[in-house]
Design a protein around this ligand. Structure first.
Ligand code: G6P
Length: 373
């Protein structure tokens, strides 16, 4: 078993460290020499894809958070209204779906029954389905119209890590592809994103090499904490929810992710002395107004006694004064930030669970793939 884990203490640890490769492999061979995207597993007619008027992303668990991240990118690049919904909720609410709807079903295993049932329901209404999946020949890709495989390699640990990053990448490839197909409104931005995507694996590696010890120490320090909150905005919001989910799954700690803008509408009542709060700060370039708003959220929770753990872009020195601790991540395009900001949150949950003596590969009550509705 130690050999299978490649010398790591757990599959979870190995899979977190597999992430640079998982992202690189998911990107591999998708661009031609002119930088044009070619999605070879695309079996839906291009003319049909040009005419869709709505995208609905369906998934469960971590895969649904990947979908939530992707929505910001797909809607921005393609200008197609995009919704993200938990597959089990979608299936039983009589959703409006037809021939002009494109369903994107995200599933690591390809066997999640809730997602499969939603796929079947959507196809019965005439929608086309693209599966984003990590498991060749599994049920969801078999029952879909097209597949975009994530090439993360087998994910053994129950809680998802490398599949999550790969799912975001695959969704972005799909978004870029659709944007190209529909006339490339944001040509320059899209070219930048394609270039920056290629740099992500090395940046994740650098993050693992340089930041891991800091996060290990942080987890040891907060080992007995009872509750952790995560705040994020824009693409940082689903990152906050994924950070909270990892902590629930691995360390059995009550954790919740909030949209930072929602803080004042309720969650701020939870803040008192010593409450641990992670804040995912958006990059300063591009959307500076959001940066300032999230920085003021840090001040608000800090003023009420919270311990503020800030995840910010390298060079963002301004946040230091409001942070109990800052974890710096490499700079990248705004929409790509989740591929970096998520990593310390995964490491934090894994290390804290390990410090509590828990089995990080097989948390209690959970299954790797849930094949019942
Ligand atoms: C289970 C796993 C989660 C996973 C979810 C969706 O609940 O414990 O880690 O995110 O299923 O799995 P899928 O294989 O469809 O991505």
């Amino acid at each position: 078993a130690t050999a299978e884990k490649g010398g790591f203490a757990s599959f979870m640890d190995k899979e977190i460290h597999d992430q640079p490769q998982a992202v690189a492999d998911t990107l591999l061979g998708r661009f031609d020499l002119e930088g044009r995207l070619t999605l070879d597993d695309m079996r839906i007619d291009e003319s049909l894809l040009k005419s869709i008027d709505k995208i609905v992303v369906i998934a469960c668990g971590t895969a649904a958070y990947a979908g939530q991240v992707a929505r910001y990118a797909i809607e921005h690049w393609c200008r197609i209204p995009t919704e993200v919904e938990l597959a089990h909720e979608f299936r039983y609410r009589d959703p409006v779906v037809n021939e002009k709807t494109l369903i994107v079903a995200i599933s690591q295993s390809g066997e999640t029954m809730d997602t499969l049932m939603a796929v079947r329901h959507a196809r019965e209404q005439g929608a086309k389905v693209i599966a984003i999946c990590n498991t060749y020949g599994s049920s969801i890709p078999r029952e879909s119209d097209a597949v975009l495989y994530t090439h993360a390699g087998p994910e053994i640990a129950v809680a998802s890590t490398k599949a999550f990053l790969s799912q975001i990448v695959a969704c972005y490839l799909l978004g870029l592809y659709l944007a190209q197909l529909r006339g490339n409104k944001y040509r320059d931005e899209i070219e930048t994103v394609i270039r920056e995507l290629q740099e992500i694996p090395a940046k994740i590696q650098r993050l693992l090499d340089e930041d891991k010890q800091q996060v290990v120490d942080l987890a040891a320090k907060y080992k007995d904490t009872q509750s952790v909150l995560f705040l994020g905005r824009h693409v940082g919001y689903p990152v906050a929810m994924e950070g909270a989910l990892k902590l629930k799954e691995l360390a059995y700690i009550h954790a919740e992710g909030f949209a930072a803008g929602e803080l004042k509408h309720g969650p701020i009542a939870l803040i008192d002395e010593g409450q641990m709060v992670f804040i995912i700060v958006p990059s300063k370039n591009g959307r500076d107004s959001l940066h300032a708003k999230v920085v003021s959220n840090i001040q608000e929770v800090r003023a009420r006694g919270a311990n503020t753990i800030v995840i910010a872009e390298e060079g963002d020195e301004e946040v230091r004064q409001y942070a109990s601790e800052v974890i710096f991540v490499p700079q990248t395009a705004t929409l790509l930030a989740p591929l970096l900001a998520t990593v310390p949150l995964q490491v934090f949950a894994m290390e804290l669970a390990t410090d509590k003596g828990l089995d990080v590969d097989q948390p209690r009550n959970l299954a790797k793939s849930v094949t019942v509705e």
